[in-house]
Structure formats: C-alpha cells, structure tokens
Ligand binder design. Structure first.
Ligand code: ADP
Length: 406
C-alpha cells in the first residue's frame, strides 16, 4: 500500500509519500505561498535531485493538483498512475472531544471537523480545505484524519478540567485538550520497545521540544496529563509562546497597554517565550550562543525554559506514581545536548542520571542517555509524526477493506 500524508496549513501544504511495505518515504515536499501567483512547490524524490516549481497556486485545490502532478511526472515522479495512491492521511490539529483516535473521513466526520473549528480557528479550516481538495482530485481514494489532540482526549477529568465554573466546560467545551499527540504516542511506544517492556507496564514522561513544546505523562500507553491546554499556549516556555502564567497578568497588561483581544493573543503567542524574554531570538541555537557569550537575557530565557521542564518532570512523576523513562524529542529535544544536560542536572533524587559524556557527544538516532544503574531510562528519540499518520491510515484502510469482504 502507498499512502500520501498531508499537513495542510493556511498557506502551505507539506507532504510525504510512503511505501508501507518498506515504510520508506518515496518522495516528500512542500507547497508554499498558496494564494499567491508565485507559489513554490519544492519536491524531493528519495535518492534523486530536489526540484522547485514556481506557479500560480491560488488555493489548496490547485496545490493538491500540483502535488499529484509532480508525483506522476516523468522525470521527478514516483508513480505512473493516480490509482497508485492507495490512501491519504491528513494531519488534523483539533479533534475536540469527538475523536479519541484516528478515523476514516466520512460526511459525518467532516461535519464534526467543521463543528470543531471554533476550538482551532487557525488550524482546522486549512486542514479541512486539504481534505476537500483531495476528495475532489482523488474521489475514490480513502482518506483518514489523524488528530493532534486524540491521544490526550481520555485524560481523567481531574487533569482536563480547569478551576473555572463547570458550566463553562459544558457550554463552550473549555478543557485541557493537549496537542503533539502523534509525537508523544510515537516516542513513548518506541521507548517501551527500547526498554523491552509491554507499553501497558510502563510509566513514561515525554518532552516534545520544538518551536512548540509540550510534555505528557503516559501511564500504560495512555496520556494521563499534558502541559498544553485548551490551546497550545499553556505549559512550557516555547519559541514565541508564554506557557503557564497567572491569568491576571494578561488582564493587567491589556488594561495598561490598552490591547485588544487580538493584540493580547498575538503578544502571548508570537512575542513571548524565548523571543520575548531574550529580546533576540526564538531559536534555541541562538539562545544557547547568547548564553555562551554571557548575554544575560538569553540566560534568563534558557534557564526559565529548563526550569519549567524540570518542574513538570517532578509533577508528572508524582502524577504517574513512579517513572520508567524520560524521553526527549523534537528539534531541541533531539539536538540540544545543553538543554538535556541542564534539565537532568540534580535530578538524581528522582532516579534520573544521565551519562553526560555520551549526551554531550551528540549521538545520532535513538539513544539511551542514562547511566547504567539509573533508575529512570533517559532517551532521546527522533519523532516521526508523518510515519504515525501513514501507519494509522494504512491500518484504518485495511480494516475497512477487511470488513467490506465479510
Ligand atoms: P517545529 O516545532 O516547528 O517542528 P522543530 O521540532 O524543528 O520545530 O524544532 C525547532 C527548534 O529546534 C528550534 O528552536 C531550533 O533552534 C532547535 N534546534 C535545532 N537544532 C538544534 C541544535 N543543534 N541545538 C539546539 N537547538 C536546536
């Protein structure tokens, strides 16, 4: 089976095309600047030269036409007929409370996605446009939705409810949803395999540290708590997001600076976190350079970033009632030895002891970073959200084929 995985944003579509027999990526690419006359499609067939195509790509439907055409193209393509695309898997940001797992897209599912728009007004509409474009150009191809939220949806009420009037949860679905679910699921499953234990017998904390950052407490393969909340703003300090703070702070700032709701939203989502504190950059590499050069504000940003991860490790160890593994993933988690080293420093009391020399040697791939004898296994595991989407899609489509045979 061959599966096309799509991640549709407001002006971009990322794609990867998988051969599920080998789990290999046959081609991947990105359409950028959708809506403009000089949109760009960058296409990389595995093992071949990357090409760039500039064209007038005014909407998602045209973008999908371009993607299909380049997959079919004589010189740069990897298939000879559209029918070789056996299924399409879509990343969908918000599944609300409706979806606790990945699903085959049906009319009923489309309706539920539309109903969930108000929970993710920036992300779900382009996800829906991507699905509609595929329905138009690949009308006979099954499509599946894989949600960022679904892994966390079954958290217990004490973890997902906020301390506000309960009626507001009932009325507006205000609760913790959590995000990065495909990544937390993937790396926790990998950690269980690396520990040679059934996932049902593991207690794992995962730290997905990229531009957006979140942690999850995973008990027996189920997310029981996570740091992101109603939106991705809560929890850890991120590249440009504030993470946790006293909610009164924003009310105070709005009053003092006479900010509109939109401006306050932009302040917290785009101008806070690493960039807000350092005044310099949202990129961890540059923050680390700043720390090494003695820049005081870069050091504040770095220290707050690390401290908050440490606090959640403590909190989630308590929530889980023990800990078998701590997993670092995402651009920072996979690549920043400095963040991993500082996070794990002085956590011997929690059974976490990393091999600093190994950590600092920047080992590649999946690596056990803890010392022999460390009670908790510390891993760095590269995430692969696209593969999770492809695997879920393959499974759903196979189940559907099997049930239609019965
Ligand atoms: P996204 O969340 O957009 O997918 P990534 O997971 O790629 O982003 O993470 C981006 C972050 O990873 C940036 O802050 C970047 O600085 C950081 N990063 C990448 N490589 C390194 C490195 N070698 N050392 C420290 N940070 C790194």
């Amino acid at each position: 089976m061959k599966v096309l995985v799509l991640n549709s944003g407001s002006s971009s579509i990322k794609y990867q095309f998988f051969d599920m027999n080998t789990k290999e990526v046959l081609a991947k690419g990105l359409v950028e600047r959708i809506g403009m006359s000089s949109a760009i499609l960058t296409h990389t067939p595995t093992g071949k030269e990357q090409i760039k195509i500039v064209g007038e790509i005014l909407d998602h439907s045209i973008a999908i036409e371009y993607v299909i055409a380049v997959l079919l193209s004589k010189n740069h393509g990897v298939i000879t007929d559209k029918s070789e695309i056996d299924a399409v898997g879509h990343r969908v940001v918000h599944g609300g409370e409706t979806f606790s797992g990945s699903v085959l897209i049906t009319d009923q599912v489309m309706k539920a996605l539309v109903d969930n728009i108000e929970l993710a007004p920036l992300h779900n509409p382009p996800n829906i446009k991507g699905i509609e474009a595929c329905k138009k150009h690949l009308p006979n191809t099954p499509q599946c939705g894989v949600f960022d939220t679904s892994f966390h949806v079954k958290m217990p009420p004490h973890a997902f409810l906020y301390g506000i009037p309960y009626e507001l949860y009932k009325k507006y679905k205000i609760r913790r949803y959590g995000f990065h679910g495909t990544s937390h699921r993937f790396v926790s499953e990998r950690a269980a395999i690396l520990m040679n234990k059934p996932i049902t017998e593991t207690k794992i904390i995962t730290a997905h540290l990229g531009n957006g950052c979140s942690m999850a407490a995973i008990d027996g393969g189920h997310s029981i708590d996570t740091t992101m909340g109603f939106t991705p703003l809560e929890g850890l300090i991120m590249g440009t997001r504030s993470g946790d703070m006293d909610p009164s702070v924003i009310l105070h700032i709005m009053a003092k600076e006479e900010l509109s709701i939109q401006e306050a939203n932009t302040l917290l989502n785009k101008h806070s976190g690493l960039i807000g504190i350092s005044g310099d950059s949202s990129d961890m590499r540059e923050i680390e350079n700043g720390v090494n050069e003695g820049n005081k504000r870069a050091k504040y940003a770095f220290d707050i970033f690390v401290y908050r991860i440490k606090k959640y490790i403590g909190a989630y160890t308590a929530a889980l009632g023990g800990l078998d593994a701590l997993v670092f993933t995402g651009g920072i988690g996979e690549n920043s030895e400095m963040v991993r080293r500082e996070v794990c420093k002085n956590l011997e009391c929690a059974g976490i002891e990393i091999d600093v020399e190994l950590n600092d040697s920047r080992p590649k791939g999946e690596v056990l970073l803890s010392k022999k004898g460390s009670k908790v296994n510390v891993f760095k595991i590269p995430t692969n959200e696209e593969l999770v989407i492809a695997l879920d899609t393959e499974q759903i489509v196979k189940e559907q084929l099997d049930s239609s045979k019965e």
